[in-house]
Write a protein that binds this ligand. Structure first.
Ligand code: 9WN
Length: 435
C-alpha cells in the first residue's frame, strides 16, 4: 500500500518536471511557483537530492538584484494560465531579473527551512552542506529585503500586499478587505483557471477583479515597495507568512552555525526575537486561541480562524500559554470526529465552504506544516491524526490540490478530491510524511 503511494508520487513529480524545475499542476499552473518549489524540493530530496538542488537553483536564478524572490518564474511560454508574464510585467522594476520574466510579488518565505529539511533528509551531509553554502546568502538577502522594505513600523512583522502572496488566495479573511475597495474599476480579463476546474471550486470573477486591481496599483508604482506601502488598499500582516519567515530565520541560524559562518547570525537572531514577540503580542488572539491576520491599512485585526492561524506551530513562536489555547480551539473546531484534519477555514463559521479552494478544503502543504508543528510542540497524538488523515485522503481520492474535509459527504459517489489533480506538492509532501 505504502509502496504504491510512493511510486505514484514519484511518477507525478517526474511528469511535472520540466528539466530543472517542476510545475505545480499540468495546464492549471504551467510555470514555476515559489513556495511550491520549496515543498517540492523537500519531496525530491527523498528521491534524488540533485533534483532538489536544481529545483531551488532554478528559482533562485530568477532572484532580483535587490534580493527579492518572485512568486512565479516564467521560464517557459504557455497560454493555459492567466495572468501571464505580459500582464505582470516585472520589467517595470529596475532590479527585476533580466534573465527571466517573473511576477512582481512574492510568496511565503519557506526556502530557509527547506534547506534545513534537505540537510536532514540527505544521505551525503557533507555535499549537501557545500551546496547550502553556495545559496544560503541568497535566502538571507530575501529576508533582509522583507525586513527592510515591508516592516514600516519596525515590528518584526512584514506585510503582504496581495492575497496571492499569502498562498491562500480566496480565504474569507480577505472579504473584509474587498469591502473597503468598493470604488475600483471593472477590468476586462479572460480567466483560464475555470477552463480547467469547475468554477464552483475557484474564486469568483468579482474576486479576480480585486486581484487584478491590486496588481494594477503596484504596476502604476513600478512595483516600488515604498509606493505600494503608501497606495495599496491591501496591506496585511499574515500569520502564515510571518511564521514561515520566523521558521526560516531559525533554520538559517542553525545552518550558518553548521557552516561555521558567524557574520549574519546576530542579525538573524535579532529579527527572530522581534518576529516571535510580535506574533505572540500583536497577532495572537486569546479568546479565539489562534494567530490572526492584521489589516495594516485599516488598522484592525481580522477575527477569523484559518489553517494559517495554526502555522506558527511550525516555528518556535507559541509559548506554553499560546499552545494551550491553540490546542483548545483546534480540538474544538478543526479536529472534530466528522471532519478530516485540517480544514483551511473555521468549519463552525458561516463563511465555511468545504469545496471552495481556501474557504474550507484541506491542503496538503498546510497539513504538513501543522503536522510537523504539532510534533515540534510535543503533541504526537494530534500530529499522528493529521498524518493518517492526509494519507487516507490521498490514498482514497488521489493526489488532488485540495480536499473536502467532510468524512461522510452528502451525495454518494462524490469524491472529496477538488481542484487540480496530480498536484506536485501533494506528491512531494506525502513522500516526506510517509518516511
Ligand atoms: C496564484 C500554485 C499556486 C499556489 C497557491 C495557490 C494557487 C495561484 C492561482 O496555486 O494560486 O498564485 O492562480 O490560483 O493558491 O498557494 O502556490 O500551486
Amino acid at each position: 500500500m505504502k509502496e504504491t503511494l510512493v511510486e505514484k508520487a514519484k511518477t507525478i513529480l517526474k511528469n511535472n518536471n520540466q528539466g530543472g524545475f517542476t510545475i505545480p499542476c499540468e495546464g492549471l499552473y504551467p510555470f514555476q511557483w515559489n513556495w511550491d518549489s520549496g515543498f517540492i524540493a523537500v519531496g525530491l530530496a527523498h528521491i534524488d537530492i540533485e533534483l532538489a538542488k536544481e529545483e531551488l537553483q532554478s528559482l533562485l536564478d530568477a532572484q532580483w538584484e535587490n534580493g527579492f524572490i518572485p512568486h512565479i518564474v516564467f521560464h517557459n511560454d504557455s497560454d493555459s494560465y492567466f495572468p501571464g508574464p505580459d500582464f505582470h510585467l516585472s520589467k517595470l522594476h529596475k532590479d527585476a531579473s533580466k534573465k527571466y520574466r517573473t511576477t512582481g510579488m512574492t510568496q511565503p518565505p519557506v526556502l530557509g527551512f527547506v534547506l534545513q529539511e534537505m540537510y536532514r533528509i540527505a544521505e551525503d551531509k557533507e555535499a549537501t552542506l557545500k551546496f547550502i553554502d553556495t545559496i544560503i546568502d541568497k535566502i538571507y538577502k530575501k529576508h533582509e529585503y522583507l525586513y527592510n522594505n515591508r516592516d514600516p513600523k519596525n515590528e518584526g512583522l512584514v506585510y503582504i500586499w496581495h492575497n496571492w502572496e499569502s498562498g491562500t488566495d480566496n480565504s474569507p479573511i480577505w472579504d473584509e478587505v474587498w469591502e473597503t475597495m468598493s470604488d475600483i474599476p471593472q477590468y476586462t480579463f479572460e480567466r483560464k483557471d475555470t477552463t480547467h476546474i469547475d468554477a464552483s471550486q475557484r474564486p469568483s470573477n468579482k474576486e479576480y477583479n480585486y486581484y487584478i486591481h491590486l496588481i494594477e496599483v503596484a504596476k502604476a508604482g513600478n512595483y516600488e515597495e515604498s509606493v505600494i506601502a503608501e497606495k495599496s488598499p491591501f496591506l496585511i500582516q499574515d500569520p502564515l507568512f510571518n511564521a514561515m519567515l520566523l521558521a526560516s530565520n531559525e533554520a538559517l541560524i542553525d545552518l550558518y552555525k553548521q557552516l561555521g559562518r558567524e557574520e549574519r547570525i546576530s542579525q538573524l537572531e535579532e529579527w527572530t526575537l522581534k518576529t516571535k514577540q510580535s506574533l505572540n503580542e500583536k497577532l495572537f488572539d486569546e479568546e479565539l486561541g489562534a494567530y490572526m491576520h492584521y489589516d495594516l491599512r485599516n488598522e484592525k485585526r481580522i477575527q477569523k480562524i484559518t489553517s494559517s492561524s495554526y502555522a506558527p506551530l511550525f516555528s518556535s513562536a507559541p509559548e506554553e500559554k499560546q499552545l494551550k489555547l491553540i490546542l483548545e480551539s483546534y480540538n474544538q473546531k478543526f479536529a472534530t470526529s466528522n471532519l478530516y484534519a485540517c480544514a483551511s477555514f473555521d468549519p463552525t463559521h458561516e463563511d465555511f465552504n468545504p469545496k471552495k479552494y481556501w474557504r474550507g478544503p484541506i491542503w496538503v502543504n498546510l497539513n504538513w506544516l501543522i503536522y510537523k508543528g504539532l510534533l515540534k510542540h510535543n503533541q504526537p497524538e494530534l500530529a499522528n491524526n493529521i498524518k493518517t488523515d492526509t494519507i487516507e485522503l490521498i490514498e482514497k481520492f488521489g493526489f488532488y490540490e485540495y480536499f473536502n474535509p467532510h468524512r461522510e459527504i452528502s451525495t454518494e459517489n462524490e469524491s472529496n478530491g477538488c481542484g487540480g489533480v496530480n498536484f506536485s506538492w501533494s506528491a512531494a509532501l506525502i513522500l516526506d510524511i510517509l518516511k
